[in-house]
Design a protein around this ligand. Sequence first.
Ligand code: CA
Length: 526
Amino acid sequence: MSTRAPLSITMHPADNVAIVANDGGLPAGAVLPGGLVLLDRVPQAHKVALADIPEGGAVRRYNVVIGYALRPIPAGSWVHERLLRMPDARALDGLPVATVRPAPQEPLAGYTFEGYRNADGSVGTRNILAITQTVQCVAGVTAFAVQRIKAELLPRYPHVDDVVALEHGYGCGVAIDAPDAVVPIRTLRNISLNPNFGGELMVVSLGCEKLQPERLLPPGSIPLVDERNVADVGASADSVLDVVCLQDEAHVGFMSMVESIMRQAEEHLERLNARRRETVPASELVVGVQCGGSDAFSGVTANPALGFASDLLVRAGATVMFSEVTEVRDAIHLLTPRAATEQVARDLIREMAWYDDYLDKGGVDRSANTTPGNKKGGLANIVEKALGSSAKSGSSAIAGVLAPGERVKDKGLIFAATPASDFVCGTLQLASGMNVHIFTTGRGTPYGLSSVPVIKVATRNELAARWSDLIDLNAGTIATGEATIEEVGWELFRLILDVASGRTKTCTDKWGLYNSLALFNPAPIT
Ligand code: CA
């Protein structure tokens, strides 16, 4: 690939920078197709000035100002982040509100997948027993029990995919009545209600913790509790909640706790094992999209292809959630016009303002987002990163907004507000009810989740080749002209249906590479 003719990619005719597409970059003296001669060596995915830019002049990519030149930049120069001053954050008042309202696109009928229907109407893509925990104190005991469940019980229940302990760092030693404690509490509650767990709620509690089981899962918050159980035992719904309490006096010693967890788990495994996949419309998909380890190709290849697939999913009637507040903050003026209603636009602005305030309290702003790897990958700053990141949302109207950890109810394109942190975003999208996760990456990350399949899309051919056993789909072919955004978008759409159906295993599922849950807790620790 490095022997190919010099290749650069310009995102918009008004741009005065392009990025170098060639693997390994291009040397000084290389001549671009338009005749421009490079004055510097320009690494792959980094920017080259297409025209002379005066000191203080605007540097435009995606037809948006991504920075101002700190000194004169002659045409053909490498435009790296040390040459640019970042623009100020866009004000949140005076934004265009629901001015575009994209017309609904032509419905896409006839696409289906094989999923597990749940009593509450949601559909799972996996059949997993999840063990909810009220507090970190019980994590060791639960992990020990899960190890034994997997070794001794799971082989007898072949239709159950896995047993997952929902370990986390919350539950005690926290200001549980602080207003923002609502975020970690509802996140844990809604994760335990994820469609992939089939409504089989099982809780391990310590006993003395602040987050008591009835606070985590109060009666009425549990739509999945099977009515038949209530009838069977003649009890009310709240007493159906299955809790193993380690401090219960009935437990004499550690093994008594482990056996109690195993005994309870077996009841749930029996019911889960009776479930079978059935053909359901693609509209039952709830796809969470995010990116991580991004580079300047993210906004050129993988994210636009994912945006195209998002549009296909929305046309098929599915739900698509995009997130990562600090990575859409600098593209907010492009999102509020796409809101389906004025209320949706106001909700978007509310989430941006909440996050501005959260960062401000910590003495930083949205520029704290970018990583050394982003910059090495050619992204000068958060403005440039945001323009690429928001491409994942495609072009549909934005139908709704969720605060962090809220459960999604609507179909269509939804903004689920989360931090951009990969593991925190994934954890919150899990709470919002996603049943497939799409993750684009330019630098590469082995990120995975045990509860929901994660499809990883590479932005560059070189990464896809080097990490061929960790990347599920290569979008780098878009940069080299071997494939179009539409072709890769369709390929991803079909892969989502195959993975959701259990026909195709993702790389992280093949290897069992799973990250911990990472709760977003904006409230104080005590
Ligand atoms: Ca991310």
